[in-house]
Design a binder for this molecule. Structure first.
Ligand code: 5CA
Ligand code: ZN
Length: 369
């Protein structure tokens, strides 16, 4: 599994956290099913928005990235997200990325505009097959998501940047294609192929990454490897909103995991609040979501604090069944609620009940009681 990682600034807001908790469930379900999981994630540690933030705040871009990656890792640990096997930064991958661009150039799938290199979507007859969007929708999404459809000299307005030639005041690396830095989509195409090969099971990310990002990754990788598919499945999480809008760096309406925890929130309650929404739906964080999750967590903890209780084998079976069916986590939480309620009302005589319940919740849902 390859999950698109953060661009390290404004980490880690609840939208990020919901996305990584969702893929953590995939990881846990697969492991529970006896599969060996290889989990890779990138960090977009050099890119326009990061550089713009560093510029605006007077910070050094690489220090900003480093600090934010540390914060992200700490937040993920607090939320008990099992870490990926490899967390790969762009800055550490430049020669590998350059060699992939050189392959695209040799394939005739890349061209220059001034000193920048672009990928030509015309090189791929199957371009568009990941998202299924029509051309008008593609153009609209491309303009909204960091593309530069208006730039003169491009063969197709959709063509994405592969290599941005060095500009004064911007970081750049010497290479056989001139000094510069890599483009965003290429980063994930190349890192995924390098660490997982083609035809890996899942590429994941938020629904904002379906187009152009995942479409471009699949297309560029298909051309430089000559193989399809890139990922066998694309999995997208819904967007978390706050105060009426998508929670986003550009809108500034962010709720941070680290700030919730610093203000005394139990990280397990934060995770529970996130799990209470199906991963594919768009939803809004409300400030009282946390209190609701705290109440639930207390009831669960109370219920497992006795030496005996109702039997929990059916809870394990139901949680497994629900998660295996497109990660129906909110319903899995209700199954645990029902066990806790049974314990409160009638108790039970099974000495394995509370322990099995706690282990089920711990290993499958990632909630430590
Ligand atoms: N570095 C790229 C991916 S290669 C990037 O999109 N970084 S990010 O920091 O902007 O987002 C990190 C992850 O969080 C992505 O999977 C993105 O889709 C997801 N994400 C961002 N905002 C939200 C949100 N409001 N709700 C849910 N997921 C979100
Ligand atoms: Zn990505």
């Amino acid at each position: 599994m390859y999950v698109c990682g953060i661009t390290p600034y404004d980490a880690t807001h609840l939208g990020h956290a919901a996305t990584y908790v969702a893929f953590d469930l995939v990881n846990r379900v697969w492991r529970d099913g006896g599969h060996q999981v290889m989990y890779v994630m990138n960090v977009t540690d050099v890119d326009d928005p990061l550089l713009e933030r560093a510029e605006a705040t007077g910070a050094d871009w690489s220090e900003l990235a480093h600090d934010q990656v540390t914060l992200f890792r700490d937040d993920m640990t607090e939320l008990r997200v099992v870490p990926p096997d490899d967390l790969v930064g762009v800055v550490d991958s430049i020669p590998m990325l350059v060699s992939r661009i050189s392959e695209l150039i040799r394939e005739g799938a890349a061209y220059r505009v001034d000193d920048d290199w672009y990928y030509s979507v015309a090189a791929d007859s199957r371009f568009g097959s990941v998202s299924g969007l029509d051309r008008e929708q593609q153009l609209a999404r491309s303009a909204a998501c960091g593309g530069d459809p208006e730039r003169p000299g491009k063969r197709d307005p959709l063509d994405p940047l592969l290599w941005r030639a060095a500009r004064p005041g911007e970081p750049s690396w010497e290479s056989e294609i001139g000094p510069g830095r890599p483009g965003w989509h290429l980063e994930c195409a190349a890192i995924a192929v390098e660490y997982l090969g083609t035809g890996f099971d899942v590429q994941g990310g938020g629904s904002d990454l379906l187009f152009p990002h995942h479409e471009m990754c699949a297309s560029e990788a298909a051309v430089f490897t000559g193989q399809r598919p890139f990922a066998r499945h694309y999995v997208h999480t819904g967007m978390v909103g706050y105060q009426g809008r998508k929670m986003s760096k550009s809108d500034g309406n962010l709720v941070f995991v680290s700030e919730l925890i610093a203000s005394g929130a139990d990280p397990m309650a934060v995770r529970l609040a996130l799990l209470d929404h199906h991963y594919r739906s768009d939803w809004e964080w409300r400030d009282d979501d946390l209190a609701t999750a705290v109440g639930r967590l207390e009831r669960w903890r109370q219920a497992v604090s006795y030496p005996n209780g109702p039997g929990a084998h059916s809870v394990l079976d139901d949680v497994r069944r629900l998660l295996a069916d497109d990660l129906r986590a909110p319903e899995a939480l209700v199954v645990v609620d029902d066990w806790a309620e049974e314990q409160r009302l009638r108790g039970g005589g099974d000495p394995t009940g509370p322990g099995l319940l706690a282990r089920t919740v711990d290993s499958l849902l990632g909630i430590a009681l």
